[in-house]
Design a protein around this ligand. Sequence first.
Ligand code: ADP
Ligand code: MG
Length: 574
Amino acid sequence: MSPSAEPLVAVIQALSRARTLAEVQEIVRHAARALTGADGATFVQRDGDQCFYVDEDAVAPLWKGKRFPMNACISGWSMLNGKVAVIEDIYADARVPAEAYRPTFVKSLAMVPIRPSAPMGAIGNYWAQRHLPTESELNLLQALADSTSTAMENVALYAELEARVKDRTDALAMAKRSLDERETAKKELEQTEHQLRQSQKMEAVGQLAGGIAHDFNNALTVILSFSSLAAGHLKVGDPLRDDLNEIRKAGERAAALTQQLLAFSRKQMMNPKVLELGKVIRGMENMLRRLIGEDISLVVVTPPQVAAVFADIGQLEQVLMNLALNARDAMPQGGKLTIETADVRFDGEYAGTHLGVDAGDYVMLAVSDTGSGMDKETQLRIFEPFFTTKAKGKGTGLGLSTVYGIVKQSNGHIWVYSELGKGTTFKVYLPRRAGTLAMTESKPLEVRRLSGTETILLVEDDEQVRAVAKGILKANGYNVLVARNGGEALLTCEQFPKPIHLLLTDVVMPQMSGVQLAKRLAGLRPDMKVLCMSGYTDEAVLRHGVVDSGLAFVQKPLTPEGLLLKVRQVLERG
Ligand code: ADP
Ligand code: MG
């Protein structure tokens, strides 16, 4: 290796590491000057049929930014011809415009083309004194030009590779994004499908339960009433009394179950009011504490500013009770039960991914425990009536179905979040309701006797219930007129010559509902009081029904005491 080639090796190495054209130009400019010991050097870059000077040396400031046609400057000539141009005296050579160099120091120059196959640029060397470049200087410049062309090709190649890699990466990222999007869409679809299946299942089971409960109530009316009436005919101490008592108790248990089924099927009679949820919870706090025992701590968080809801207070208590009982059962070793309320808002996006949820303002009731939690399979079934994981006699599987029915009946939503071994949170969302809070309940009228002598028009389509009710009323002194439907009742009202004090009517009857009947009779007999009875109400009854009309109501199954009490209350009301 000749001594003069050594710096060139370093330059070539530097060039091989260059990644951009600007880097190459910079390296070459410095190297050209250093290799030959010239007073200045420049890099001329070709750009189509033009070229321009990129360096900041003494020569270029004049020409920086300017573009020259390739065929009108010495560097262009050198590039196009692939020849080194040596100009020993700028001012004596016709190939260069001497005037253009006058403001510069330049006396002599050498221009070496960078031209692997096509012109790419040129390297210029300038001397302040007249100088004829030696052969070894020109060789060095030529070697530099060769390495530069390689470096420029590499840079171009590198840029192309980089662009291709970027394209690939972009394409990959795009593909991944669309995969992700598809995955999310799929998940959302699956979730919606699942919710739909779930709600259809609940709907079907609900209809079934509601239907059974309705017929059960009539049967239970007969069982409860006759057992109680029969017991009344027996002497104290008669062993049959105990038997009848057992029958009545079983009937009462069945009636309680029926109530839960009705709640689940959303056909429970409800009496909604504008309520402050936190107040309902605080009212139950002591009872709940006793219920869950000492090993479980109860934390109640009910900020006073939380909005009101429109719901039935008895139903809300049922919801809380059932959730608290389940939480207790899930924490046999003790733990923490937290009950919270908060205002929440569901935006359109949330509503879009949650079936049946309307965007809007809600009040949340969250009941959390630190208990056993549930696996996914269990979570899927918990709202089904009669689904229980508890031992025989411990669970009925009706707690959460009741809760579900009540929440739905109140136009709310319920979700469960649970992790095995960690605990469970139930979140109930009820629509927020503006308006004045309900007044404290007016106490039902106190009644001292259960019998009376007034005339009562009994309208009931179920033959057995009709017989029972008539029996109870007659046995207690009342004069009872009976009708099997609204038509018969109208006829009786027109024809009966004396006052009728009370209309006691079933609500759900074919052709004419009890409420419609009461309305039609209001004109005919304005003084007649009305008492509705039903074990059952559906949306229709609720909407144009008992609750709105302000009519008094007695819940089926009827018991003699319950019926007589209600009848007296209504009769004695002013
Ligand atoms: P029951 O309490 O009679 O079993 P529910 O309808 O109240 O019926 O509950 C159904 C099932 O849901 C329970 O048997 C239990 O497996 C599960 N479950 C309900 N609440 C919780 C809870 N807080 N933690 C763990 N499991 C629960
Ligand atoms: Mg339960």
